[in-house]
Design a protein around this ligand. Structure first.
Ligand SMILES: [Zn+2]
Length: 211
């Protein structure tokens, strides 16, 4: 077979996977309802099963300090443990071993390209959903999507996006609204925030496509 026909075949397979994958993984999203009642080890398995990319994030010690051990950590309980977290392939067994070694570690989700092939962005709303009102007035209403309540009382709205349109990580869209994209992450349920509150899923469904 020629290289050209190999390429055509590969493209056909990829196109087929793109068509079938979202439907194939759709059935599992209800599993996120369980994350609030499970421990972190189960949570990373549920996330991985959904085709997401869980990572291990520093947690909080009983004295309120970050497990990274820096006394003045500016991101207590919300920064990744491993330096190569942005590029490491997903290895659930390795994440599990980390959680066994340090039970106070928390769980995060990498944004951008996912093992399922989806590209995700998170609108990180640092307060009530009203902070999105100016954006919606300008660009139209944001469709309902996979949504979490953050430990600080804000919201994480997670969308699928065409990677060609994907914004850079940490773009400030509006006051109190940041984008977490490729190279970014969010802390996720059942992690606990420095305030004592847990992150939890509010609306459980496959991330909607943002156009
Ligand atoms: Zn820290």
């Amino acid at each position: 077979m020629s290289a050209a026909s190999d390429l055509a075949r590969d493209e056909h397979i990829v196109a087929h996977l793109r068509r079938t994958e979202p439907r194939a993984i759709h059935h599992g999203w209800d599993d996120l309802h369980m994350v609030g009642q499970t421990d972190r080890r189960d949570a990373i398995r549920i996330y991985a099963r959904l085709g997401l990319h869980p990572i291990i994030v520093h947690g909080l010690r009983a004295d309120g300090e970050c497990t990274c051990g820096r006394p003045a950590c500016a991101a207590r309980g919300k920064h990744p443990v491993l330096r190569a977290w942005q590029t490491m392939p997903l290895d659930v067994a390795a994440l599990d071993a980390m959680l066994i070694s340090e039970w106070r570690y928390s769980v995060g989700l990498r944004m951008g390209a996912q093992p399922s092939g989806m590209h995700l962005v998170c609108l990180d709303v640092d307060g009530p959903r009203d902070l999105l009102t100016p954006l919606e007035a300008e660009h139209g209403a944001l469709p309902p999507t996979l949504t979490a309540r953050t430990g600080r009382g804000g919201q994480h709205l997670i969308y699928q996006i065409d990677p060609a349109l994907a914004p850079r990580n940490r773009v400030r869209l509006a006051p109190g609204v940041d984008v977490r994209a490729e190279g970014g992450m969010i802390v996720a349920a059942p992690s606990r925030h420095a305030s004592g509150n847990r992150y939890e899923w509010l609306a459980v469904r496959q991330p909607e496509v943002l156009r």
